[in-house]
Design a protein around this ligand. Sequence first.
Ligand code: BG6
Length: 479
Amino acid sequence: MTKFPKNFLWGGATAANQLEGGYAEDGKGLSIADALPGGPERFEIVNQPDFDWTIDEQKYRYPNHEGIDHYHRYKEDIKLFAEMGFKCYRFSIAWSRVFPNGDEEQPNEAGLVFYDHLIDECLKYGIQPVLTISHYEMPLNLVKEYGGWKNRKLIAFYEKYASVVLNRYAKKVKYWMTFNEINSALHFPVMGQGLVKSNGADKMQNIYQAWHNQFVAGAKAVKIAHQVRPDIMIGCMLLYATTYAYDSNPVNQLAALKENQAFNQFCGDVQVRGTYPAYTESVMNRYGFSFKDLDVTDADLQVLKENPVDYIGFSYYMSTAINITDKKLETANGNLVGGVKNPFLKASDWGWQIDPTGLRIALNELYNRYQKPVFVVENGLGAVDKPDENNFVQDDYRIDYLRKHIDAISGAIDDGVQVMGYTPWGCIDLVSASTGQMSKRYGFIYVDLDDEGNGTLNRYKKASFDWYKEVIASNGEQL
Ligand code: BG6
């Protein structure tokens, strides 16, 4: 097995809305995540034609309001991460803590102070923060008043927000990402773009317009970042689902290639290369519109060209398979993507198809396409954990999943890929993004909280805690 580089960034990843709680404290405004009901049907609810983002606590539970109370317990949590030996910790800034409505002139100082403390707490243990500027938690007001990212005005709001946080924290924080899983909007535009059926998600042109606005906003953030700190590393963040043709039928091979372009490659191509790819018009035509129909200025294209990202951050949980010739095949569930069931793979309790080799392929595909460093900023197994009477979880299934994926990264390093680091998702149990469940757990640390909001919120180390500690201590040699 290959050796991981000496400075490899081992750590873990979270997002503000899924763990902080304190949803209305210290001047924080509401984010879209605060208006998402808990439970596996959360996306069905928000896509009802009359959904208007009203929070109705009589009817639904809103698990993101309390999260796992990290807002008040972050010191305890960071201490546990330090005990595992984290070199870095990826978390996001809640935009609505800094600009409660997204369109204010001045930021909310109390929100900024929280992240001063969180960053300092990490640095105290030598943990490098890796910050996501926007992770599925835009201010709700930007959706209600402006219609989400399809509105060009959001570019300036995001630019101001990015400028505030970059100017405030970049001296202490070297690693950044502009938008979490920007490409997930192809299938689920609610979280990344604030688009649901009632405000335009059913029209693909809106999703592409929203992307364009995000690309420009992200490029402006990259520009500010480089001005603020020349050695900064600011990346994009993609949801990568390695996509296979189901069989060697050339028709399925072509369909897989097209799916790869539309889902895995389009957003990365624009953000890494700074220009729209050759297949842009063909993808848009498939959805019944043309690039000419989008509101794109020459100045926009110039900003994109001048400010490509420095690295490619991506999440990887599963792969998918494409078959358009056999309509009878069973479809697969997945991390916001579809496809058919792959007979060679087993799936998680939530139907996500487990495929460590797919990660090695993803790393090769991304690095060889862009030749910029790649960073696995999310990976992990969502599973039901059953604690014993001492609240101990023997999560061998999670260890097995992570071990095989780390081994796949090591294989990719052997293949010549420059991998910056590995931050498994939900290093401490948190609220699931797609289902709002607590019972879908990823962590090395068990949090005593159930789907109904009952529990002490106490933290307990799982078996994977000591295992991962050993992995980090041995720089990946002890798997
Ligand atoms: C990614 C997101 O899609 O996967 C995270 O960036 C999310 O926010 C993670 O939590 C796992 O998905 P889920 O739906 O199991 O929470």
